[in-house]
Design a protein around this ligand. Structure first.
Ligand code: HEC
Ligand code: HEC
Length: 398
């Protein structure tokens, strides 16, 4: 009985996975259309570590490997297909409350709703009184660059009190961080808090923090880093090895960054100009630099992510009344725009933009910008049709 369930479950997943691959790769894409692949210049030892991490990212968890008892999905890659953006078909729900006093629903399974369970167990239900947000997975490419931007650079980009008076006041997410993370070179702390930068609310300090959390909250897998099982609330032996977690972190650090396509085209150059003029570039910063990185190819490199990694108040329409760390409910971290034009390939042919995928096109995504993004949105509405087209073409080239 047990055997046959697992066999069918496994066969079903294999089928889903193969079907997924066939649908997303109907032809052999050019290098600059592919998201997955390592950075150039890795040593042989680093390439081997990258490959182990790549394999672990695609590893399907079964009951024997520790899946659940409650979970959201059974594989990193199922939500981050081809290392690209996920879609609402594999979204998840987080729940809590609007204030920043720490999640009051931890004993009810917060922050994440594990809506699936292995046989014999009940999936989680949303407790009464909790507020929720839906999140779709971001692409995971180029994250090593984002990881090694120095804290000081982020502080320099921020303007929490809007001293320059442009209506844009991004701030770093000063957050409590777990003991197990290794601090990044020259990290800066303020009253015991550190700048966290990954995730939609920038609540994770680094890729180890995000990855251990993903194993735990997305798949019900404990590690030496996140030891508490989300179902029992009790400490459990690690279900994934420290080496595997570290390999996945290395893989995420060394995935190449998306490359811009057709950047020399006249309309795309014009679009880039408009992007700056209407202040999109004030949050979606075109160029950043890494500081020192122990991974040599990531040290002191300029790159083009179109983010400032800061939190911005995006207005009431994007306020889900749910928060993490010390971010306000209306605050979101500027998402990188690199790979934007490729994201619909990973999303099944249509765009699903913004934190929950509610925008079906780039125009809709822009029209949802409120709060600190309001002025930029209004400037976009006043562009001529030709200018709008140039801006969109530029965004699709990223
Ligand atoms: C059920 C779907 C799902 C699964 C499974 C999943 N993720 Fe994610 N991932 C998401 C979502 C949604 C987010 C955004 C969440 C947030 O804001 O914290 C995310 C965010 C991330 C980020 C942050 C990227 C950024 O730009 O800030 C990383 C890194 C990541 N995931 C890695 C992983 C790894 C590694 C695994 C497997 C151990 C994994 N994910 C499994 C859905 C998933
Ligand atoms: C005040 C900072 C700010 C400004 C100015 C701004 N954005 Fe954004 N942008 C954000 C944030 C934050 C989000 C994420 C909101 C969410 O997930 O709900 C976002 C999301 C987006 C997205 C969706 C990305 C994705 O992966 O889902 C696009 C596209 C985008 N912005 C383009 C633009 C363009 C074009 C402009 C100029 C007209 C602009 N933005 C101006 C902060 C800004």
């Amino acid at each position: 009985m047990k055997y046959s369930f697992q066999f069918i479950f496994g066969a079903f997943l294999t089928m889903m996975f193969t079907m997924g691959c066939e649908q997303t790769t109907p032809y052999a894409p050019a290098e600059n259309e592919l998201l997955d692949g390592p950075l150039e210049g890795l040593t042989i030892a680093q390439q081997i570590k990258f490959l182990s991490g790549d394999e672990a990212f695609g590893d399907v968890f079964t009951i024997e490997k520790g899946l659940g008892p409650v979970f959201v999905a059974n594989q990193c890659a199922s939500c981050h297909p081809g290392d690209g953006k996920g879609s609402p078909f594999v979204e998840f729900v987080r729940f809590g409350q609007p204030d920043t006093l720490g999640n009051q629903f931890l004993e009810f399974g917060a922050p994440q709703l594990q809506h699936k369970a292995i046989p014999g167990f009940e999936p989680e239900q949303l407790p009464e009184g909790a507020t929720t947000t839906k999140l779709i997975a971001p692409a995971v490419t180029g994250l090593g660059f984002l990881n090694f931007v120095s804290d000081q650079d982020l502080i320099n980009l921020s303007d929490p009190n809007d001293i320059d008076g442009d209506g844009i006041s991004g701030r770093p997410h000063w957050n409590n961080i777990p003991d197990y993370v290794t601090l990044r070179p020259n990290t800066i702390s303020q009253n015991g808090k550190y700048i966290s930068r990954f995730g939609k609310k920038a609540a994770a300090y680094n890729l180890l923090h995000q990855t251990s959390g993903a194993y735990n909250q997305d798949m019900g897998i404990t590690s030496l880093f996140e030891t508490i099982d989300p179902y029992s609330g009790l400490e459990e032996d690690p279900e994934v090895s420290t080496q595997t977690v570290n390999d996945v972190v290395f893989y995420l650090n060394t995935l190449k960054a998306p490359l811009q396509r057709d950047e020399g085209a006249t309309s795309i150059i014009a679009g880039a100009q408009i992007f700056s003029e209407i202040k999109c570039a004030s949050c979606h910063i075109p160029s950043l630099q890494t500081g020192y990185s122990p991974i040599e190819v990531l040290s002191y490199k300029e790159f083009h992510p179109y983010t400032d990694l800061l939190l911005h108040d995006m207005g009431s329409e994007l306020d889900d009344q749910y928060t993490e760390g010390f971010a306000l409910t209306s605050e979101w971290r500027t998402p990188p725009l690199w790979g934007l034009g490729l994201s619909k390939d990973a999303q099944g042919g249509s765009y699903f933009l913004m934190h929950d995928g509610r925008a079906g096109s780039i125009e809709q995504a822009i029209s949802l910008h409120g709060g600190e993004g309001e002025a930029s949105k209004n400037s976009f509405a006043q562009l001529s049709e030709v200018e709008k087209q140039q801006l969109i073409e530029f965004l699709e080239s990223l």
